[in-house]
Design a protein around this ligand. Structure first.
Ligand SMILES: NC(=O)c1ccc[n+]([C@@H]2O[C@H](COP(=O)([O-])OP(=O)(O)OC[C@H]3O[C@@H](n4cnc5c(N)ncnc54)[C@H](OP(=O)(O)O)[C@@H]3O)[C@@H](O)[C@H]2O)c1
Length: 214
């Protein structure tokens, strides 16, 4: 499959690397394609770096792995015409580090970045997922023993089913919890303040949420 990955940070590289390993053709969209030369040499396979617009046009499915406060700008660069009708797997979190650490949420409570993206691009099938864990765990859940959870939020049931299959069959997730429509992205984005404090306690990012039911 042809997949576009927007964002060249840790998440873009780990998602992109895993997709290449799975045999997909991956185009990473970045404002500075030349900075990915070393990474491209390392991952090999069918990977390339290009502008956000070229990566979005290339992708049959597109991952949003851009910085949360820059996501709307990044998607604007990707171009509505290159995204319309496609599934956008949104991994971003609206973390604002402008006042230092810990970051605050640039949008929360009665709105979310997932919703802002969906409102801006009504013809794009936005599915928020994988934003509640460290990037290495996203594509290798076995880094944490046992069964633990990943959430999906989105308005399009078919798109969520496709993303659920991607999470299970490609990335190895066993438990995928469908929280509901895109407004439920508020809940997972607002887990970030807790995630950051847990990271402060554990000093290690290999942990995840596990929902235990009675
Ligand atoms: N790191 C994690 O473990 C983790 C876990 C869960 C969720 N997330 C979320 O995943 C996303 C990516 O995280 P990250 O750690 O890989 O890196 P990051 O530093 O948050 O984001 C880096 C990417 O965002 C792009 N970007 C930033 N501002 C932009 C702007 N104004 N316009 C266009 N593009 C912009 C950059 O694009 P260029 O390549 O063009 O410079 C860069 O590729 C974030 O939203 C983060 O909150 C991260």
């Amino acid at each position: 499959m042809q997949i576009g990955v927007l964002g060249s940070g840790m998440v873009g590289q780990s998602i992109g690397g895993k997709l290449v390993e799975l045999g997909h053709a991956v185009k990473v969209g970045t404002r500075e394609p030349q900075k990915l030369a070393e990474w491209l040499g390392k991952v090999g396979g069918n990977a390339s770096a290009a502008s956000p617009a070229e990566a979005a046009a290339f992708g049959e499915i597109v991952f949003n792995c851009t910085n949360g406060v820059g996501s709307l700008e990044a998607l604007q660069m990707a171009g509505e015409e290159n995204l319309n009708g496609k599934i956008l797997i949104d991994i971003s979190n609206p973390l604002d580090f402008s006042q230092g650490f810990p970051p605050t949420l640039s949008v929360c409570n009665n709105d979310s970045l997932g919703e802002q993206i969906q409102r801006t691009y009504p013809a794009v099938k936005v599915v928020k997922t994988l934003n509640t864990m460290n990037t290495n765990l996203m594509v290798n859940p076995a880094l944490v023993p046992g069964e633990h959870d990943v959430f999906v939020s989105g308005n399009d049931a078919e798109a969520k089913a496709t993303v659920t299959n991607i999470l299970k069959d490609w990335f190895g997730w066993q438990s995928v919890i469908d929280l509901g429509d895109i407004t439920t992205a508020r809940a997972t984005e607002m887990l970030m303040p807790l995630w950051l404090r847990l990271y402060g306690v554990f000093q290690n990012a290999n942990f995840n949420y596990k929902i235990v039911r009675g």
